[in-house]
Design a binder for this molecule. Structure first.
Ligand code: SAM
Length: 278
């Protein structure tokens, strides 16, 4: 079988579940990944022969994706702000809106920022690694309760030479953060789904529930983050939020006003706050 033929087979398989533009893109990614080929291989080297073993492996990957498993978990990586990051079933798949969260905070602190940043619920480490990469003089702390997620975050930081300081433990227990030097920037994409939120099956069935659901009190992480803000008075707070509870989250941060950093898309999922008084 040639690359072009395999591409056609995988595209057809994925078309059964996904729109064609997605099926084409994903078929190309699966083939390039498994065969170790450069981007656009199905166009650049369509006649290249593929071994039966590789055909079987790509077909297996395509079947997993067609069955609903996230592409990023099958590939084992995803890009976040141009950084290729390891992705496993133990971490939330980095999302585009989180790229904007990082962008907004970077805009707010400016190019020469060298203060402390806390990333609460670091998961794959996408936020912490991206911030440390963009602001190398900053002291970035990544907090995480899940040991397997933290292992992935560490790998991602090592991959990109980002010296992030990791804090393992339950952030809802103030003892975990009270000994850590306070941040100038508090950034978090915490678990924020309510039990009655509509969640796509590929998310509900494949991504870690500890990353998605905070439990009975949907604001519990924001309450903890607001307590950090009250005690440690960071100048900048950047949060990803459930649009249903955006107002409620904002109200928790007394002494902070919402701002819209320049050049950042306005999204109901993002909330940027700055401290009102010095
Ligand atoms: C929505 S995910 C965000 C992951 C990553 N920051 C991102 O934006 O892709 C929330 C993260 O918070 C972590 N988490 C959940 N409960 C926690 C807790 N009590 N203390 C610290 N981290 C927690 C989860 O394991 C998960 O990695």
């Amino acid at each position: 079988m040639t690359v072009r033929e395999l591409f056609a087979v995988v595209r057809r398989r994925l078309q059964r579940k996904y729109p064609d533009h997605q099926a084409r893109w994903w078929a190309a990614l699966l083939i390039e990944e498994r065969l170790g080929l450069p981007r656009g291989a199905h166009l650049l080297m369509p006649q290249r022969a593929v071994t039966a073993e590789d055909v079987a492996a790509v077909r297996k990957d395509a079947a997993a994706v067609a069955a609903g498993r996230p592409l990023q978990q099958v590939l084992g990586w995803w890009e976040f702000r141009g950084l290729r990051l390891k992705v496993t079933a133990d971490v939330l798949i980095p999302r585009p809106e989180t790229e904007w969260l990082v962008e907004g905070v970077l805009q707010m602190v400016g190019a020469d920022f060298s203060g402390r940043v806390w990333d609460v619920g670091t998961g794959s480490g996408c936020i912490a690694v991206a911030v440390k990469t963009a602001r190398p003089s900053a002291a970035v702390y990544g907090f995480e309760v899940s040991a397997p997620a933290l292992a992935v975050a560490r790998e991602n930081a090592a991959l990109h030479g980002a010296a992030v300081r990791w804090v393992a433990g339950d952030f809802l227990d103030a003892a975990v953060w009270s000994a850590v030097p306070g941040p100038e920037v508090l950034i978090s994409n915490p678990p924020y789904l309510a039990a009655d939120d509509v969640v796509a099956p590929s998310v509900r069935d494949y991504e870690p529930s500890v990353a998605l659901f905070p439990g009975a009190d949907v604001l519990v992480f924001y309450r903890a983050l607001a307590e950090v803000a009250r005690q440690r008075r960071p100048a900048v707070v950047g949060l990803e939020v459930n649009p249903r509870f955006r107002e409620n989250v904002q109200q928790l941060f007394s002494g902070y006003r919402p701002v819209m950093p320049a050049g950042v898309i306005e999204s109901p999922y993002l909330l940027f706050l700055e401290r009102e008084v010095a």
